[in-house]
Design a protein around this ligand. Structure first.
Ligand code: URA
Length: 300
């Protein structure tokens, strides 16, 4: 089917029909939620900002503080201490977003710095359609880290991972083994929502993976739980699907991680919402995760 533009469709229809057709057309294109009352022309804003670069700089306005002392990627409260010094960034190769993300991430020596640079990163087109940059939630000192796929609609609105229906089920899964968000750190492969909740592309995953790996290096969890096939295949660098990968343990390493992290995979809670019969396997996975956490605690 050829996708026409809105202006192809509208003249043929009138009144409510035209509005419905326009909304259908937006939904097909992945534009499925309103984020403001008035339209914003971001292309024009970018052009104006680029033109303004050539003009003398106005009096400096301080950037909002990164998540500073906050344990999460939530906005820092007004009374938060001053932000960590920004990392010293190497020169970037224009046009190579993956390489850039690697260099930028490697230069970060704290989670606050990483949060700030991910928020400022312009190398992934998903950022342009997202409302918020969604980085992490929970306790950065936690020994258990959970990695999902990408923010959905509710996560994009609130700027926090796993706060929609799948997130509520994830909370119940954690509660089943006596954990809550104060005992885990939760993040995603991608910090921006793919429009219309489509699957992330291999390129988007590759661009953003260095940020996630640096997050793992800075948090240094003992145990890593990858929820869903996208996170499991990307982080474990495997071709098998989640049905084969789940329930096994893999040593996860990066060049800058001290030692290895014990990583496992399980079904995504969004899949469980559609397929409740898979809860049996997930319960087994949760018990194995609980045992692994206890083993790690006894060993330390
Ligand atoms: N699904 C994910 O993988 N991550 C979220 O944050 C929400 C839904």
């Amino acid at each position: 089917m050829r996708w026409g533009s809105a202006s192809d469709i509208l003249p043929a229809m009138g009144g409510d029909g035209a509005i419905r057709a326009l909304l259908d057309w937006y939904a097909l294109a992945g534009v499925d939620q309103a984020i403001g009352d008035a339209p914003r022309d971001r292309y024009r804003e970018a052009a104006v900002a680029a033109a303004a670069k050539d003009e003398p700089a106005p009096a400096a306005t301080p950037e909002p503080a990164p998540a500073a002392a906050a344990m999460t990627a939530r906005e820092a409260p007004p009374s938060a201490p001053p932000p960590a010094a920004p990392p010293v960034l190497p020169a970037l190769a224009p046009g190579d977003a993956t390489w850039s993300a690697q260099e930028i991430a490697a230069a970060c020596t704290s989670l606050d710095q990483l949060v700030a640079v991910v928020r400022a990163f312009e190398g992934c087109a998903l950022k342009r359609t997202a409302t918020n940059t969604v980085i992490g939630d929970g306790n950065p000192q936690a020994r258990l880290m959970i990695v999902g796929e990408a923010p959905g609609a509710e996560e994009d609105r609130q700027g926090l991972p796993f706060v929609g229906p799948a997130g509520r089920l994830l909370d119940r899964m954690l509660a089943a083994i006596g954990l809550d968000r104060s005992a885990v750190y939760i993040t995603n492969m991608l910090p921006w929502r793919p429009p219309g909740n489509r699957s992330p592309t291999a390129e988007e995953l590759a661009i953003c993976q260095p940020f996630l790996e640096r997050q793992i290096e800075l948090i240094q969890p003992r145990t890593l739980v990858l929820v869903g096939g996208i996170a499991a295949k990307a982080l474990l660098n495997r071709r098998e699907g989640i049905t084969r990968l789940r329930g096994q343990w893999f040593p996860f390493a990066t060049p800058r991680l001290e030692g290895t992290v014990q990583a496992t995979a399980t079904f995504h809670p969004a899949y469980l919402l559609r397929t409740p019969s898979a809860k049996r396997e997930v319960w087994r996975d949760l018990l194995a995760i609980d045992e692994k956490i206890r083993e790690a605690e006894t060993a330390s």
